[in-house]
Design a protein around this ligand. Structure first.
Ligand code: MN
Length: 136
């Protein structure tokens, strides 16, 4: 990726679905520092409502109050306007086979918690490049 590409992919709008306030603030600060707009949601219904912001990418916690990030994923994939948006699941789940199961369920990528703060921004941005048709 050259400098021009890097500039082009600043300023994305990222929907962050996460119910834990500390995790939310960490991710928000990391991404805002890199020039991205972060839209936040803490529950399944809130995440569904915030999809109207037309995010370039979604970061999805799995365990949400009263629901699961997988429910939001299914909703995203069922909607014409957002179905091709990359959705990255970010979870502390350590169950064997869980990563493979989640990727098979349709998530574009899996990141484990605690996140690696040094690489997180660049990893997220690599999915903006791959996931946005016409932007490469
Ligand atoms: Mn959670």
């Amino acid at each position: 990726m050259n400098q021009g590409d890097r500039r082009e992919h600043r300023g994305a709008r990222i929907l962050l679905v996460e119910d834990n306030a500390l995790n939310r603030r960490l991710v928000r600060d990391l991404l805002a520092h890199r020039g991205h707009e972060v839209v936040e949601a803490t529950t399944v219904p809130e995440a569904v409502e915030r999809l109207s912001c037309a995010p370039d990418l979604v970061l999805m916690d799995l365990q949400l109050p009263g629901g699961s990030g997988e429910q939001v994923l299914q909703h995203i994939r069922s909607r014409d306007d957002v179905r091709s948006v990359p959705v990255i699941v970010v979870t502390a789940s350590a169950m064997q086979g869980e990563k493979e199961r989640l990727l098979a369920a349709g998530f574009d990528a899996y990141l484990s918690k605690p996140i690696d703060t040094r690489s997180f921004g660049a990893v997220v941005e690599s999915f903006l490049v791959k996931g946005a048709p016409g932007r490469d």
